[in-house]
Ligand binder design. Structure first.
Ligand code: NAD
Length: 330
């Protein structure tokens, strides 16, 4: 089995090479992302292995199909970057890693909340410069605050469990209520009520045409003044221009994001010596109450092991002609 791995970082290569001994697949690692322009690199490979910012649209899929690729193996859970209809029409199978440590992402959402609130990132820098002043470092108790959770699937549920431990009131919106969450005291409400009643809102639903820009001028208007919004899900859940306006008007008090709508040209790259052309991210970075991490919520040892092992198993299922248990169907 010849596998072309796109958007490879040193840690991807390290994990695939370390865990491949059981399968003996032949990997070739490309740093570039997969898209219409780079698709021809997959010539001679059976499988392409891709990540969140690869662009597997109709044109890319047609090229992959023509050059004999049979499987698109996503090494992530989300699949909004794959044209599934085109994959089906062109007879390409798509598999993913449905769950690889939801706790990793949930814990990162909590890290964003605590850092934004207690400003530990600023305190760390201050103390290193012998500035022991507390001015402007004041936070608030998380205890007894109302936390609104949009989407109580695997990650949202893990997040609710942690926030329960902080003594928060948790309200949630999901089309499907989880009995387990109700048992631990999560109260389901309409999306509008969750927006209206929360002190902190954390997004854990997938990106779909329905959820795109769910955080926009109108939804922010419903929220309490000084609301904290956390997004570890997908960037396009938030309308970036609208959130910048809301931050400027001090309607939004804190924004913690691990994902960004235009992240494709920025995240996972060292651009410290480059001129960044994206004015929206530069504006976001300029706010003292905005914390941005570059899609690292999944990035724990446990999650990387799970991603690697599941991806190798998915490819083996395909190789052996077995049912694809992690197939993404349209
Ligand atoms: P999941 O499928 O287990 O849960 C998603 C939940 O969202 C489901 O319960 C679903 O019913 C609900 N949902 C769907 N549409 C909704 C809507 N309009 N409003 C409210 N809820 C809705 O998925 P998961 O494993 O919990 O992952 C959630 C998202 O997290 C993924 O879609 C992915 O985009 C993101 N993610 C991010 C990272 C990261 O590193 N930042 C890593 C993994 C996943």
């Amino acid at each position: 089995m010849k596998i072309a791995v796109f958007s490879t970082k040193p840690y991807d290569q390290e994990y695939f090479e370390n865990f491949n001994d059981k399968k003996d697949f032949e990997f070739t690692f490309f740093e570039t992302s997969l898209n219409q322009v780079t698709a021809d690199l997959a010539n001679g490979f059976n499988v392409v292995c891709v990540f969140v910012n690869d662009h597997i649209d109709d044109k890319t899929i047609k090229i992959l199909s023509k050059i004999g690729v049979g499987l698109i193996a996503l090494r992530c859970a989300g699949f909004n970057n794959v044209d599934l209809e085109s994959a089906r029409k062109n007879d390409l199978k798509v598999v993913r890693v449905p769950a690889y440590s939801p706790e990793a992402v949930a814990e990162h959402a909590v890290a964003l909340i605590l850092t934004l609130n207690r400003k530990t990132h600023k305190a760390y820098n201050r103390v290193r410069e012998a500035n022991f002043s507390l001015n402007k470092l004041i936070g608030f108790n998380i205890y007894k605050k109302t936390v609104g959770v949009i989407g109580t699937g695997k990650i949202g549920s893990a997040f609710c469990r942690i926030m329960k431990g902080f003594g928060c009131k948790i309200i949630a919106y999901d089309e499907y209520k989880s009995e387990e969450m109700e048992k631990i005291g999560v109260e389901y409400k309409s999306q509008d009520l969750v927006f209206k009643e929360s002190d902190i809102i954390s997004l854990h639903c997938p990106l779909t045409p329905d959820t795109k820009h769910m955080i926009n001028r109108d939804s922010v208007e419903m929220m309490s003044d000084g609301i904290m919004i956390i997004n570890t899900s997908r960037g396009a859940l938030i309308d970036t221009a609208d959130i910048i306006d809301a931050l400027s008007q001090k309607k939004v008090g804190y924004l913690g994001i691990d994902v960004y709508e235009q992240e494709e040209n920025l995240f996972f790259k060292d651009l410290s010596e480059s001129i960044i052309q994206d004015d929206l991210i530069l504006r976001l970075i300029s706010f003292p109450n905005v914390l941005i991490t570059s899609h690292q919520a999944f990035f724990t040892q446990e999650a990387m092991e799970e991603i690697t092992n599941t991806t190798l198993d998915n490819i083996e299922d395909f190789q052996q002609g077995r049912a694809l248990k992690n197939e993404v169907l349209q």
